[in-house]
Structures are given as C-alpha cells and as structure tokens.
Design a protein around this ligand. Structure first.
Ligand code: HAM
Length: 424
C-alpha cells in the first residue's frame, strides 16, 4: 500500500490551526476594508520573467520553476508584489491614484523547512500605489499595527530602516548595483563580515561598519545619529530625513515601540525607501514586512509610479497567537444537531435545519442513520449545545423537542420560537 505524505515543506492545515488561519484571513480582509483596500485575486502561476525581475537573487534561487505543457517557463508565485505591479501597468493602468490593493493566498519558496518557515505559506498582502509621501509609508505600518492588534497579539514591535541610507552610501562610494545587491543580501542575513568584505575600499567598508554603532534605545536618537553620520552623503541624508518623517507620523499616531536599525536590509531587491518588519518577543522570525519600492512599476513598463506595501505571514501570525495562548475572538453561533425520530419526518427535519441556519445557528443534520441515543451521545462528544428532535406528536402542534445536551434537559418548543430559544 502506498504511504502518501505531503511534499517536504508543505503541510496539511487541520482543526484548530485551520480555524486560526481563516480567522487571521478574515481579520486581514476586515482591515483591508477599514483602510479602503480593494481585494484582487491574481494567478498562483506567473511567467518566470515577471517573478524574477527585481525580486532579488535570494528569491530567484528559491522559486518553484517548471515548464508548462506549452513549453512556457513559469513559476509558483513567491510573493504578491510582482503580480500587483503587473496589474498596475496593465488592467489598472488608468485607474485614478492612489490604488489600494489587498490580496490573500498561498505563496511558494524553496526555503529550508523549520518552525515558522515552510515552502508553501500564506500571506495577506497590501499595496498602496501612487504616493511618495511619508503618510503612505505610515499607512502601511499603521494597517499592519491594526492587523496585529485586531488578531489579538500583544508586545509586538516594529523594526524600521531605510534602504536609501545604505544605498546612498554605496552609490557615492561608486559601488555598482550588482555589488550593492550582494552586500544588502548579506546584511539582510546579518552576515556583516561577508557584506563588509565586498566593499571596494577601506573608506566604504568603514562607513558601512559604522552604521552598526548608531543604534540607540530611543528611535528618534538613532535617526538623528544616522542623519549626522551621513551628512556628507546627499542621497543617504535625504533618505534619513524621510525615515525621520515616517517615524514621527507613526509615533504620533500611537503605533507601539519602534526600533530603528541603521544597518537593516531586506532580502527583496526592489526596495528603494523605508523598510520594516514586525516581531513578537517570543519569536525571532518576522511576522510581516514590507517597504517602499518606487521603481518596480516603471521597470514593468508603466509610468514612473511610487509605491509602498507589506505582506503578513499568516502561518507565523498563527504560530505567534499559539505562543501567546491567545483565545480567538471568533463569532461562533450555537451548535445544534437536528434529527428526526423516523424516516417519514426527514423532509420536515431538513426544513427546520434550514430555518435555523438562516438564523445563524450552526446545524449538523443526522445523516448516519443512527439510533436516537447514539446520535445524541455523538452530538455531545462533538460539543453541540442542543439537539432538535423532530417527532410526530410534537410536529402536529408545529413544535419539536429541544434538548440541552450539557444539562441533559429537554422541553417542547414551538418551531416559530425555536431559533430564539436556542440563541437565548
Ligand atoms: P517578505 O518579508 O519576503 O516580504 O515576506 C513577508 C512575510 O511572509 C514574512 O514577514 C513572513 O512572515 C512570511 N514568510 C516569508 N517566508 C516565509 C516562509 N518560508 N514560511 C512562512 N512564512 C514566511 C514580501 O513578501 C514582500 N512582497 C512584502 C511587500 C509587499 N513589500 C512591498 N509590498
């Protein structure tokens, strides 16, 4: 007999975990609605050229790539941003700006599987297209804050940086784009020695190394340090000022503790400005992250369009909720088993079941043909609140027997009042 297993890095999501996933997705969708983001659904499979352009070496090497039967080289999406940038240059090209777009779904990366790291995982993704203002950057962080809060997480913190500071230094030190990208990849992984080794001159190396000394507990102090540290680097200075503007907006609007990391870089290559990640103290992997990417849309053949966005790892948010032992604030209706005492009443029983569902009651119908006692015992095990027993005698009076399974008490209740009695 074959013993089928899931592919390495992919998993079945069952029971409570599946419930947590749908809960987080519904909270992400609610957040999208509250911030005015419209949902878009894009394909899981995209042309390799789209996905590999500007995503960066890190992601390019970890994509699931294959040829379809038409000999096209395609890949499973490793993220949403490229697909959304494509939309911004095609179907949504003429839409008035800003565009606020939300997506949720599975993404695929050939990462080394471990806790919180899978090859198939889920993201909720927000993109804000058409503004280069700090309030757009702030909005993306604030909606991430709203999402973390509304799912029930506590103690989370934002790590913020600005890729323009590092790139500003590197450009002035005449480091070519390819080397810049390689340096940033190392810095993303905190492999600072590897990063600094690639600096072409001692001056450049020292300048990069010095970034690590600028961090203070107070985030505004850190930004001031960065500003004076890069005073001779025009682009880096502008970047630091922009970071300061974004930070002020976030703090003034009440977002929790910020850590500004001067040497912070992210794996994706398309970032041009503010970058951030969100963490809880119990986990050392990011629950979400994002940043500004002002040149991607233009690279895809669109007009020059500034943009900023973020994605949240649903698997990791679920893990975080579990670690913080958060009880989900799910709206859950009463659970009921509906059964009839004999076959001839099944139609009537089904009709009553439908009416209860319309009133928001969760109804399981007895479909195993079991004897009454067995069915009731099973309903109790499945944590149903009530059983609705449809019998001939009561039905003549347009009534049924309503049994409270926990209390083991039952009453005759008219069908008209049944939903109200169950919900009360
Ligand atoms: P990212 O940082 O690559 O950004 O991924 C966002 C989040 O996805 C991470 O913070 C993490 O929670 C989750 N994640 C990443 N890799 C894995 C994995 N192997 N297993 C489980 N969860 C994972 C992006 O994807 C960008 N597209 C975000 C963005 C949107 N930037 C601008 N717009």
């Amino acid at each position: 007999m074959p013993n089928f297993q899931t592919v390495r890095g992919m998993r079945d999501i069952l029971g409570e975990e599946a419930q947590t996933f749908t809960y987080i997705m519904s909270k992400a969708r609610e957040t999208a609605e509250l911030y005015g983001y419209k949902e878009v659904i894009t394909p899981v499979v995209e042309p390799i050229e789209l996905l590999s352009a500007k995503s960066g070496e890190e992601i390019r090497q970890r994509m699931f790539i294959f040829k379809d039967l038409g000999e096209r080289t395609v890949a499973l999406r490793p993220e949403f941003t490229a697909s959304i940038a494509r939309l911004a240059t095609s179907a949504l090209k003429n839409e008035p700006k800003p565009l606020r777009l939300f997506s949720v779904g599975s993404v695929y990366r050939y990462d080394e599987p471990q806790r919180g790291r899978y090859r198939e995982f889920w993201q909720s993704n927000f993109e804000l297209i058409g503004s280069n203002k700090p309030e757009a950057d702030a909005e993306i962080i604030l909606l991430t804050n709203s999402l973390m809060k509304t799912v029930g997480l506590h103690g989370y913190a934002f790590k913020i940086g600005h890729i323009g500071v590092i790139r500003g230094i590197l450009s002035k030190e005449n480091v070519d784009d390819k080397t810049q990208n390689a340096i940033l990849q190392h810095m993303d992984k905190k492999e600072y020695e590897g990063a600094f080794k690639l600096a072409p001159t001692d001056k450049c190396r020292n300048k990069l190394e010095g970034l690590l000394q600028l961090k203070r507990n107070d985030c505004f102090e850190t930004v001031e340090n960065i500003k004076s540290y890069v005073a001779d680097y025009e682009k880096a200075k502008v970047a630091a000022e922009n970071l300061s503007d974004v930070l002020k907006l976030i703090v003034e609007s009440g977002c929790p503790v910020q850590v500004v990391e001067p040497a912070f870089a992210r794996g994706l290559e398309y970032y041009t400005g503010m970058i951030f990640e969100v963490y809880i103290p119990e986990l050392d992997i990011a629950l979400g992250g994002g940043g500004r990417y002002d040149r991607l849309i233009e690279m895809f053949g669109g007009e020059s369009t500034p943009a900023v966005g973020a994605a949240h790892g649903i698997d990791r948010v679920a893990l975080a909720l579990q670690m913080q032992k958060t009880t989900l604030a799910c709206k859950s209706g009463k659970r009921v088993l509906v059964l009839s005492v004999n076959d001839s009443l099944k139609g009537e029983a089904l009709k009553i079941a439908q009416q209860l569902r319309i009133s928001g009651i969760i109804v399981e119908f007895e479909i195993m043909g079991r004897k009454m006692a067995k069915a009731l015992e099973d309903a109790d095990k499945r944590k149903a609140d009530f059983a609705v027993i449809v019998g001939e005698r009561e039905l003549k009076e347009r009534a049924v027997v309503l049994r409270n399974l926990a209390k083991r008490q039952q009453h005759i209740v008219s069908i008209k009042e049944l939903a109200e009695k169950i919900n009360s």
